[in-house]
Design a protein around this ligand. Sequence first.
Ligand SMILES: [Zn+2]
Length: 191
Amino acid sequence: MSVEVWWSSLASADRDLLRLLDAGERARVESLERSADRGRFLISAAMLRVAVAAHLEIAPVEVLVDRTCAECGGPHGRPRIVSHGTPAPSVSVSHSGLLAVVALAPRGPVGVDVQRLDDLDDPVDGRAWATREALFKAGTPAPGDVAVSELRPPLPGYVAVVVVPGGQDGAPRITHWPRPIARLSASGGGR
Ligand SMILES: [Zn+2]
């Protein structure tokens, strides 16, 4: 089974998605002061659940996400999927600017990073920056254990890198959730 990469944009952040989250995630959304931060967390948390649910063939609300921080024990750590009996996939989540991305592999390590180039001090360094972040999220694996590849973000002005276990067959399977961004703008953004 190949690695999956799911993309979404802030344009798809919708209050209805709160229903997919657990109580801790909903509290996190409410606790964020800036609306863009709320939207990015909402879309990322909802997309993570939808992606894992599709992989495990369960409902998004049934996905158990542990967000315990490794440093302080608070509920704001990198998400980890808790097993339901079937082996839980390894996941990684990133968001920047208008984009959110989830990477999912049947087993780890996996790390993904998307970066809006305008947010970097030196945009020329974008790919190197995203690579460092993705490797860090994958747990800083030994170079021979992983494959590092650049992703093509669905909007211009971004760079993204995914780190997956070595020996995976084929390119990651890409999903645009809930629909391709091009189709979203072609329809005038209406629903
Ligand atoms: Zn912490």
